[in-house]
Every structure is written in C-alpha cells, then in structure tokens.
Ligand binder design. Structure first.
Ligand code: MSP
Length: 513
C-alpha cells in the first residue's frame, strides 16, 4: 500500500517562510523514513493560488495575478529543490487539470443534493480567507491572527450542506487516530458538538478563482478549491483526471500534515466534502504547533521574520533539519533560538557523533591500515547488538508517531554509549600492551559499527550528514532501503576507509540573520 503524505498547499502571497519550511522538512523526513522502510511513498506538496488574498497581493504589486502566481510558485519549486525535499508531486491550483477536477468534484457534490443557494453575512478575514464567528453588532473587529480589520460581507453564495454530515463527522473525529496529536482533538470535538453549519463555497466578489459551472459571476471559495488540490496532486501522474482513478494513484492520504490554525478545514470541512462526493477519507490529520523566534511571534511589522533561504545559506541543510526535528516537539509550539540552535548542533553532531567517528577512524588507520579493523572478540559486540536493536525499535516506533524528538534521543543515546565505551576501553593504552591487536581491533570495530548504524538512522533526518558518515566507513553505495542495513555486524572489514575528515563543521553564532 502506498504511504501518502501531504504538506499544506502554501499560499503564493509570499515566498516560503520558516513555518512552511518547517512543515515541509518534517514531511520530507517522514517520506524518507517510509521509503527506507521499503514502502511506496507519494509525497505531495504544492501551492494554493486563488482567492482574494492573492488577488489583492498581485493588485498591490500591479501585476497580473497569473504572472504573480507563476513567479512565487517557481520560487517554491526552487526553494524545495535547494532544501533537497523529495516530494514526488507538486500541485498548482491554477493548473487546467485542477480546474477540471474541481468541476468534476462539484458535479458529484451537486448530485448528492448538497449544494444550495443562500445569503452569506458575516465578518471576513482575507488573511485567513475565512468568516469569523464575530457578531454583526461588533464595531470594526480585528482578526486575532493577522491583527487586521475584518471586512463585512453580505452576499449571495452557494452553500455546502455541512450540517447533513454532523453524525458522520462526530464519529470520525472521535476515532482515536484521526486527529493527532491527541491534545488538539478536544477543540475540534467541541466545535463539531456545537452543531455544524452549512458553509459557503462560492464568492461573487472574487474574480481570481475557478468559475463555478452553471453559476455565472460565482467563483469557488479558495478553501474548497485548495483542499481538492490534494486529489489533483494524487492524480498528477495519471493520464486521466478522473476521481474514480484516485485509489490507483495512492489515495486516501495516510496523513495530512498541517499547522494547528488550519485543523478545522482539514478535520471537519474536508472529510464532509469527501463523504458527499463518495471519495475515501484521509486516515489522519496531524496539526503541528507554531514556531516563534527568540520567544516572539514572527511578523513583518516586528521585523523579526527569519528568512529560511538565508538560514540555509549560512548554516546548511543538515544542521537546520537536525535542530527543528530534535529540539521542537512536533505537535507543540516551538521557539527558534539562535544560540540554542548552534549549541545543539555543535554538541550533538560535531562533538558527540562527529568526534566519535573521527577519532575512531584515526586510530583504525594508524594501527590497522586502510581497512576497517576486524572484530574477533565477540563478547562486547553481543551487548552492543542487544542495545542497538532496542534503540532501533524505539526510534522506529517514535518516528511512526512523528515524535522526532524521541527518535533523535535514541540516536544520541547510542552515540553517547559508544563514547563511554571507547573511553572505558582506552584502546590508545591497550595498544601498547603485548598481544593486544585482537582486543583493540574488536573495540574499534564495535564503535565503528555503532556509527554505521547511527549513519543509517540519520538518513531521514540529516541525509547529507548520513552520507558523509557512511563514506568515512568506506560505504559509498546509495541506499534506498534499510532492509539488511540496520542489523548488527554488517560493516565489512574489507571496506577501505578514507583519511579521516570531520563530517560536521562546528557552527558559529551569526547575529545578522
Ligand atoms: N493555503 C492554506 C492551506 C491550504 S491546504 C489545502 C494556508 N497556507 S499558508 O501558506 O498560509 O500556511 C501554510 C502553513 O504554514 C499552515 O499549515 C500554517 O499553519 C503554517 N504556519 C504559518 N505560520 C507558522 C509558524 N509561525 N510556525 C509554524 N507553522 C506556521 O494556510
């Protein structure tokens, strides 16, 4: 069965920010993990290009909205390439194929009797592209997220009969697995239990959208169109844009990874739309937390927005991926702190893992020539094998529930234990004793074999560092799967080891980020 994972489809009002980069990196780590576990993976990302927000952005720049979308969309594509993101689908909601799919889907929803014409009155936030539950009487209310004035709307819209799906949605969201992490479930349950109201799926004042067939002047509400992007993304490799083909190309999604602010759309509106159209439901929606910077919300007005492109140029992919996945509990809010970032990366990757490998390789070369030292004394290796198997199990169990923090702890535990072992064994002293070759080469083998396993476990998290570690151990082959590589004793003593070279340079704190 295909493991299908999606990022949100990002608005093209601006270039990728740290939040979108964070989600995309996390999804990439998950996609890589499942591939290494020998699964077929469909990893969908893309951009959300319609709606009033985009229309206004292009107007303010005085350029044609399509041209604006092309530029930013291209920026996203290039950016994910720079970050070595391994998505195999990139969906643009302005594509012809997507428009075709939206029409097809709408047709199905109409046939289910779920579309009605009605009047939409309320306060709207263009930033969120969402009506707020603010009463009509309020004077000049603001959006708590965008801190911008809400706009009053009173217009004819098409409505989707969400209320009809009350019972099914209640059952769905109470299912243990559907909304993750668990802590986010209650808020959605409360919202649903308060009674689902039909929601408008068309606009009459927004030109920059997909026209609703049969309703001149109406365009689809951007969220209706955007969510369907997941289906278009699934069908990217299909010749035909046909909803019936979805199961052949990896639908339903195994998980939609999103930020907590858009959970309601994914856990309530989206499943109801799918039920109406007779399309299978995603298995899980995971709402991660928000990132702040040095304890402060990031915003253009505060001037503290961290540009991911700059971060990448200064610090490189591995260190940023490591920090985001190691230090921030996925699902909870997190804070990017420059000093802490540098400390964690230096401590874990340069000092603990990098030095362990470097000094063991140096000793091996010095005393045993150009190949990996052999393990002839198996007493210690049996203990290592048991410890490593336990850690691999815990690592995998945590990765499956996206607890990257705990998964990386297992890697660090192995590295720390190997360091302690090396210090206790003191091979630099033992080598001076008579007949010590067998014991020293076995000690070094045990440490190198542990670093090999660490190298493989780092693959989904810090892919380049992982390659550099394996290269130091004389392993140059490209590994697409973990099968056969995660068991103890696979490090081949015939492997030629290159000259020792640090696998991770120490970082310095750069103030002008
Ligand atoms: N276009 C919609 C999604 C449609 S999905 C069918 C959208 N786009 S967005 O570009 O505004 O947001 C994309 C994601 O970035 C959301 O999941 C949002 O939660 C996330 N983040 C925005 N700011 C964030 C942080 N400061 N930290 C972490 N993620 C944040 O919403």
């Amino acid at each position: 069965m295909t493991f299908t994972i999606t990022t949100p489809l990002y608005y093209v009002n601006d270039k990728p920010h740290l939040g979108s980069t964070y989600t995309t990196i996390a999804c990439d780590a998950i996609a890589r993990f499942y591939r290494l576990e020998n699964n077929e993976v469909l990893f969908i990302t893309g951009v959300d290009e319609h709606g009033q927000k985009i229309q206004r952005t292009s107007e303010s720049k005085n350029i044609d909205p399509k041209l604006h979308c092309d530029q930013i969309s291209d920026f996203y594509l290039k950016s994910w390439e720079n970050w070595s993101i391994t998505n195999n689908s990139f969906i643009r909601t302005t594509s012809k194929r997507h428009q075709f799919l939206v029409n097809q889907f709408f047709h199905r929803v109409c046939n289910s009797g779920d579309i009605e014409i009605g009047r939409q009155k309320g306060w709207y936030c263009v930033g969120c592209e969402e009506f707020k539950e603010t009463s009509e009487e309020e004077n000049s209310p603001e959006c708590p997220i965008h801190l911008r004035k809400l706009e009053w709307r009173d217009e004819e819209n098409l409505f989707f009969r969400l209320s009809k799906y009350q019972k099914q949605i209640e059952d769905l969201i109470k299912n243990d697995n559907f909304i993750q992490p668990k802590s986010r479930r209650n808020e959605i349950i409360k919202f649903v239990e308060s009674g689902l109201k039909d929601f408008s799926i068309s606009r009459i004042n927004v030109e920059w959208g997909i026209p609703v067939p049969g309703y001149p002047g109406h365009t689809f509400y951007v969220w209706f169109d955007a969510l369907l992007g997941y289906l278009s993304g699934t069908l990217e490799k299909s010749k035909e844009v046909n909803l019936d083909k979805l199961p052949d190309f990896g639908w339903p999604a195994s998980v939609h990874v999103i930020g907590k602010d858009i959970l309601r759309f994914h856990a309530v509106y989206w499943p109801a739309m799918l039920l109406s159209a007779g399309v299978d439901l995603p298995l899980q929606v995971f709402g991660h937390g928000f990132l702040t910077r040095e304890g402060q919300k990031m915003g253009k007005s505060i001037g503290n927005v961290l540009d991911p492109q700059k971060l990448l140029e200064v610090y490189g992919i591995d260190s940023i991926r490591w920090y985001l996945l190691r230090d921030i509990e996925f699902g909870q809010d997190g804070d990017f702190q420059n000093k802490r970032f540098v400390e964690i990366v230096n401590n874990d990757l340069s000092n603990t893992i990098g030095n362990l490998l470097n000094r063991t390789i140096s000793m091996s070369k010095k005393w045993f020539g150009n190949t990996v030292p052999e393990c002839t004394d198996h007493q210690d290796s049996e203990k290592f094998e048991t410890m490593i198997n336990e850690s691999i199990d815990k690592y995998k169990m945590n990765f499956r529930i996206f607890n990257f923090k705990k998964a990386t702890e297992e890697i660090m535990l192995l590295a720390t234990k190997a360091n302690v072992y090396l210090n206790e064994k003191e091979p630099w002293k033992t080598i001076k004793e008579d007949d010590s070759q067998a014991i020293v080469s076995s000690t070094l083998y045990n440490v190198l074999e542990t670093t090999r396993i660490i190298g493989y476990l780092l693959k989904p998290i810090t892919p380049d560092l992982s390659d550099r570690i394996l290269y130091q151990l004389g392993i140059n082959s490209h590994c697409d799967s973990w099968i056969d590589n995660l068991s103890w004793g696979k490090l081949d003593p015939k492997n030629k080891i290159p000259d020792p070279k640090p696998v991770m340079n120490r970082l310095e704190i750069i103030d002008e980020l």
